[in-house]
Design a protein around this ligand. Structure first.
Ligand code: OXD
Ligand code: MN
Length: 625
């Protein structure tokens, strides 16, 4: 039996690199010591605080990566998987108390409390600094402090941004290497004397959940996460930088940092459109980003390409349109439910050079396993807690939020444009949630302002990506509730301001719901690859080829506009997917009102008006005078 320990704090290892407080492993850093003096001053200030035995700069090269993985294997954090089936892949378990994002321990430390708003936890920056300095002080003594330069966005893109994560966790570096472009490539993006970079510090400490902090300082572009090693908290490029800090930067600079996938759709006439979509965590976003069309569509010439699966940065191009880049370089996907049936592209992506955290392990094959990967579990399974497991145990073998970290470039559907510095022009923005009732399969908003309202009022039944009650309905504006790095009311206003600026060149906005259920609890819509049928209608609307029909919610497809060829769905189910219940909508509008009230005085007037207009439309619908 292979002995295996949890990833967590580790002691200093030789690492086989030049190392000392002042030695820089990267030739680039050494050569540009002066050029990056602002970086060095900050790194030195952290070194003095955390007091490591040595400092190592991460260069991002292949040999370094092999050394890191070997060291993680040596200290028991990584278990190498079957080299034939999963080359260069590793299995890892986290501390059981550290398996998801913890919104209760996530803070936005803006100068003023009213810059933080009701969707975030606030702590006065000085008080938070004092608290964190206490936790960080000497936290790396006897250990190595690694400095990880990273680039969010494609190389050479004017929209890409540089961050640094100082960490004592090789597990974090191994994951960051997949999720971001790390090392010298990031330093090359920093211009002479540039101070525009995000400063991040991460210390595993002793993983005490009571002293766990994921703190953001949007005014100074700083991130500090302590007492956690979970991806969403500790891989700072992702949620911390690319959403929370970037959203605050985007507000100041006039762009959008959004929790959205990006995909390209080519239709049979060869026309290519790009779409962004926002769904709350673990609502099938990765599956949608890598959608494989059904055979009839493939034969007809439809093609889907993936640009991003989680985050989009949208900037205005010279032509006045919104262009999206994916700031990330990898996928940090939820494993359970991912299979050859649900997402063959993800399965191919994660077949090599990937890390599996908190999945189960097939001990005979030394391959990762999770619920849904195969119909039957393997014979000999170790669960995510490290115990022998069989279905009789009654618990899940893989944690519901277990993850794969896999390089985006390995995805069979990855778009050429994934690396495009200019990004891709967006034709449609799609909002969606997991709703068993009330919301139809698809509708289009009447305008950018109405679409902003639709995004603000989206809600979803909670999943396992964040700690909390699974199944409860949560309002999640633009799927950004846990990620808006400033006051939600100001964020809503920012969306309206973007609307003013972009005018008629802006993408059209839609809402979808793949999860509506019949009275017997079964899903009404097959979902997965069939969702291309909804995309087809959306793009017909973009091209002015479908007139749709007006409902209180917006514009829905006429039955004849939905392509149902080869689709196994009854007319009754299709009708139910689009049905409108005044009773359900009266309740929905009330629950929206309650949510909007939580935003307080900063709720834009235009949004309150949209809400009133929706209420009137709902009341008037079908009422014969
Ligand atoms: C994620 C999330 O991990 O949204 O992408 O929680
Ligand atoms: Mn996400």
């Amino acid at each position: 039996m292979v002995s295996f320990s949890c990833c967590g704090a580790r002691t200093k290892k030789e690492f086989g690199m030049q190392e000392s407080a002042s030695t820089l492993a990267s030739s680039e850093v050494a050569a540009n010591g002066q050029r990056h003096s602002a970086v060095h001053e900050w790194v030195e200030s952290i070194r003095l605080l955390v007091n490591p035995e040595n400092v190592v700069w991460i260069t991002g090269d292949e040999k370094e990566s092999s050394r890191i993985n070997a060291e993680l294997v040596e200290d028991g954090t990584f278990l190498p998987l079957n080299e034939e089936e999963y080359p260069n892949c590793f299995w890892s378990r986290s501390n059981p108390n550290d398996v998801a994002r913890v919104e209760g321990r996530t803070f936005i430390c803006s100068e003023q409390e009213d810059q933080c708003g009701p969707t975030n936890n606030w702590m006065e920056p000085g008080a938070m600094r004092e608290k964190l300095n206490g936790l960080l002080k000497n936290s790396m003594s006897g250990k190595t402090m690694y400095v990880v330069p990273y680039l969010m966005g494609p190389e050479g893109s004017p929209y890409s941004k540089v961050g640094f994560e100082i960490t004592d966790s090789l597990y974090v570096i191994a994951n960051m290497r997949i999720m971001a472009r790390i090392g010298d490539v990031a330093l090359q993006h920093l211009k002479e004397g540039d101070t525009d970079f995000v400063r991040g510090v991460h210390a595993v400490a002793d993983l005490d959940p009571e002293e766990r902090y994921i703190a953001h300082f949007p005014d100074t572009c700083e991130i500090i996460s302590v007492n956690t090693n979970y991806g969403g908290n500790a891989l700072q490029g992702k949620k911390c930088f690319a959403l929370r800090i970037a959203s605050a930067q985007a507000k100041k600079e006039g762009w959008l940092a959004e929790h959205m996938l990006i995909l390209g759709v080519t239709n049979p006439s060869g026309k290519k459109h790009y779409v962004c979509a926002a769904f709350p965590s673990a609502c099938g976003k990765t599956n949608f980003a890598m959608l494989i069309p059904p055979k009839g569509y493939v034969d007809a010439g439809w093609k889907i390409e993936t640009v991003g699966d989680d985050i989009a940065w949208l900037n205005f191009g010279d032509d006045g349109r919104l262009y999206a880049i994916n700031p990330e370089n990898g996928f940090f996907g939820v494993a359970p439910g991912t299979s050859e049936q649900t997402n063959p592209n993800a399965i191919k992506t994660l077949q090599s050079n990937s890390i599996f955290t908190n999945t189960a392990l097939d001990l005979d094959r030394m391959t990762p396993w999770w619920e849904g990967l195969t119909e039957e579990p393997p014979q000999h399974v170790r669960d995510w807690l490290g115990n022998e497991w069989s279905p009789e145990v009654g618990s899940k073998a893989a944690h519901p939020n277990s993850r794969f970290t896999a390089p985006a470039a390995q995805c069979p559907s990855i778009s050429e444009e994934f690396k495009s510095p200019a990004g891709v022009p967006i034709d449609a923005i799609i909002f969606g949630g997991r709703r068993a009732t009330t919301l139809p399969l698809v509708f289009e908003a009447k305008s950018w302002q109405h679409g902003t309202f639709v995004g603000i009022t989206m809600a979803s039944e909670a999943t396992a990506a964040a700690v909390g009650q699974v199944g409860a309905l949560k309002h999640d504006p633009m799927a950004m509730r846990p990620f808006i790095g400033y006051h939600a009311g100001d964020y809503f206003q920012h969306w309206l301001d973007i609307g003013e600026r972009g005018g008629s060149k802006l993408p059209k906005i839609f809402h979808v719901n793949w999860f509506r259920k019949a009275a017997d609890g079964s899903f009404l819509w097959p979902g997965f690859g069939e969702n291309i049928r909804v995309l087809e209608w959306i793009l017909k609307r973009v091209d002015g080829l479908a007139s749709g029909t007006e409902t209180p919610l917006g514009i829905q497809p006429k039955p004849s506009e939905m392509n149902t060829t080869d689709l196994d769905i009854s007319d009754a189910d299709l009708e139910e997917l689009f049905s409108f219940s005044r009773d359900e909508w009266e309740k929905e509008v009330d629950s929206q009102k309650e949510f909007l009230a939580t935003i307080g005085a900063k709720l834009p007037k235009a949004i309150a008006e949209e809400h009133e207009m929706l209420r009137s439309r709902v009341r008037a619908w079908g009422v014969v005078e």
